[in-house]
Design a protein around this ligand. Structure first.
Ligand code: B12
Length: 319
């Protein structure tokens, strides 16, 4: 690739660009973007998206910000936007929002190759910046690209675990955790709805969180994973009372009862007593790090290790 050129003091302009900043000529930018120099010149001539600087001899010189902006035009065009519209959108983005806009455009572009680490960083940055739409675009894009299991294990769970760690170390506020979790729940639910009408005439699947435990997102992820497999379920949500679960199970005789616990629970806990007392035709499956670990105290209940294995187990149990 061609080398960037360093701006000479005599070429610095009145816009405040630092003397000596790295700038690129049109050929280098074209090479970086994999498009022709004439396309770049056309974007500048027709739509006004181009270099903000020229040498004293009139040669185009792109700064990194200019390059981000033309890259955004390119990403939007590759997603199907007409060039004039792509240029209008890119021009409207402030310089400090270009990186985020690019990330969003690439995740929505199924051909784009953002790795999981970049998406996780983007989600955490967007939640920290109080920008739920950006969190949603990244999470929704990952779901559409990787499916529920892939997006959960590759992006959503690692992002949540990091957010939890940073919250407990005091490096981010609880509002960041709330923003991220609200948006993730919304995206998972939208994904479930997009699966269309599910057949609910078959075996009954009940999902709940343990009494006094507010963590319910894994239920919503499981609901989406089951929807992807064509299965409908009843989601009872967070903090479900043990007594109500016992009576509902007796009345409904569901095939599967899945109960999530993020917070630690003891063996004398009511919820533990209810789930370990469940017998066929109901199979109790427990998920989350909160459950007591002693296998001989579990009765017929089993502990799951991941979203993917839980979906697979339920799918095989309900045939
Ligand atoms: C989002 C969140 C919240 C949200 C929940 C919103 C919602 N709708 O669910 C809110 C803000 C309400 C919340 C509240 C609280 N939270 Co909170 N929360 C989290 C966070 C970031 C993610 C929770 C989650 O969904 N975890 C699920 C996945 C991402 O993590 P995991 O449990 O480690 O999951 C792996 C395995 O369990 C396994 N797995 C095994 N079987 C199965 C089955 C299925 C189906 C799935 C999906 C996965 C799975 O796979 C997972 C990885 O994919 C966690 C961090 C964390 N590590 O969990 C903290 C965390 C659970 N919270 C914590 C705490 C302390 C609290 C609060 C007490 C204080 C607070 N932060 O406000 C309250 C709890 C109040 C209450 N009575 O419940 C602590 C718990 C520490 C502990 N062990 O006691 C954590 C671990 C944060 C931390 N690092 O300290 N929280």
């Amino acid at each position: 690739m061609s080398n960037p050129e360093s701006v000479e003091a005599s070429e610095a302009d009145e816009t405040g660009r630092p003397v000596g900043a790295i700038v690129w000529n049109v050929g280098s930018v074209a090479e970086r973007l994999g498009i022709s120099p004439s396309t770049l010149r056309t974007w500048e001539r027709r739509y006004g998206v181009g270099p903000t600087h020229r040498t004293t001899g009139g040669h185009r010189r792109y700064t990194e910000t200019d390059i981000q902006r033309v890259t955004l035009v390119q990403a939007l065009i590759s997603r199907g936007a007409p060039p004039m519209e792509a240029a209008r959108v890119a021009q409207a983005v402030a310089a400090d929002g270009l990186e985020a806009a690019l990330l969003e455009a690439s995740i929505d572009d199924h051909g784009a190759d953002l790795d999981h680490g970049q998406i996780i960083d983007g989600i955490i940055r967007a939640a920290r910046d109080y920008e739920p739409d950006r969190v949603g675009a990244l999470v929704g894009g990952a779901l559409r690209r990787d499916g529920v299991n892939g997006a959960w294990s590759g992006v959503i769970a690692p992002a949540l675990i990091r957010i939890g760690e940073e919250w407990s170390n005091g490096r981010l506020g609880i509002e960041v955790e709330h923003i991220a979790s609200e948006v993730i729940v919304g995206e998972l639910r939208a994904y479930t709805r997009a699966a269309g009408r599910l057949d609910s005439s078959g075996p009954t699947i009940v999902l709940a969180s343990a009494e006094s435990d507010l963590h319910s997102m894994p239920l919503i992820a499981l609901e989406a994973g089951l929807a992807e497999a064509g299965l409908a379920c009843h989601v009872l949500g967070a903090q479900f009372p043990a007594k109500a679960l016992a009576s509902m199970t007796a009345n409904l005789r569901p095939t599967i009862v899945f109960v999530w616990a993020s917070l630690p629970r003891e063996e004398d806990d009511d919820m533990w007593k209810v789930v370990t007392a469940m017998v066929p035709p109901t199979t109790a499956i427990l998920g989350g790090p909160g459950w007591p670990q002693r296998p001989d105290a579990r009765g017929h209940a089993t502990i799951s290790v991941s979203l993917e294995s839980t979906v697979a187990r339920i799918t095989s149990l309900v045939g």
